[in-house]
Write a protein that binds this ligand. Structure first.
Ligand code: E4P
Length: 217
């Protein structure tokens, strides 16, 4: 499973990217608002830090302006993926951008039928929002396996990019259900490595090693 960061904190994204762990980044208008920065500048910076896909979302709701915005965003850098909402206008824009060889991430996906349309329109990624489905007492991760089944039935190349991840357990479940990508908020990504038994085990090993009086280098 590829790991994307869902956010725009440049320093933290740079740090994890240097570790070779980050395959891409996703943003949305709420993330840009929170950053307090200019979207074009944020996307250019992210696209330099990360070699994989960086999703940048259009603001228009009509297909013509979506296409115009999508072309402008795609010109920021080769690895920019244009994020479009799954609406009829979004699907029309997706297909137009696909025909221009521009990578598209269809966002706000909450059903298999929407994912099917996104694949037919030529999206490179579809983003099912699992946390927001869980908020409604539905099983968000089941959407991942349902879409996976449909895509494999027809060999659609569209990749499933699990979004709206709220917990470490969501990350595990996305991997268990075979999501191609999980985009993870930075605070959750930071917690992925933590386990109390790792901490206590390491303290014990370090203390015992010191008692041996040996050194490796
Ligand atoms: C990423 O592509 C999505 O925009 C993001 O994961 C949405 O997350 P939220 O439901 O926590 O806002």
């Amino acid at each position: 499973m590829q790991l994307f960061l869902d956010g725009s904190d440049i320093e933290k994204i740079r740090k994890f990217s240097k570790l070779g762990l980050i395959d891409g980044v996703t943003t949305n208008p709420s993330i840009i608002l929170k950053s307090g920065k200019n979207m074009i500048e944020v996307i250019s910076e992210l696209a330099e830090i990360v070699s994989g896909s960086v999703s940048a979302e259009v603001s228009a709701l009509d297909s013509e302006t979506m296409i115009e915005e999508g072309i402008k965003l795609s010109e920021i850098a080769k690895n920019v993926t244009v994020k479009l909402p799954i609406t009829w206008d979004g699907l029309a824009a997706c297909n137009a951008l696909y025909k221009k060889d521009i990578s598209v991430n269809m966002t706000l996906c909450f059903s298999v039928s929407q994912a099917l349309l996104a694949a037919k329109a030529g999206a490179e990624y579809v983003s099912p929002f699992i946390g927001r489905l869980d908020d409604l007492n539905l099983k968000g991760v089941e959407l991942i396996s349902d879409i996976k089944l449909v895509y494999s039935n027809y060999k659609f190349p569209t990749k499933i990019l699990a979004a709206s991840i709220r917990t470490i357990n969501h990350v595990k479940e996305c991997a268990r259900h075979g999501s191609d990508v999980a985009t993870i908020p930075i605070d959750i990504f930071e917690r992925l490595v933590k386990h109390p038994l790792t901490d206590s085990g390491l303290s014990q090993f370090t203390a015992d090693w010191e008692k041996t009086g040996q050194s490796i280098i």
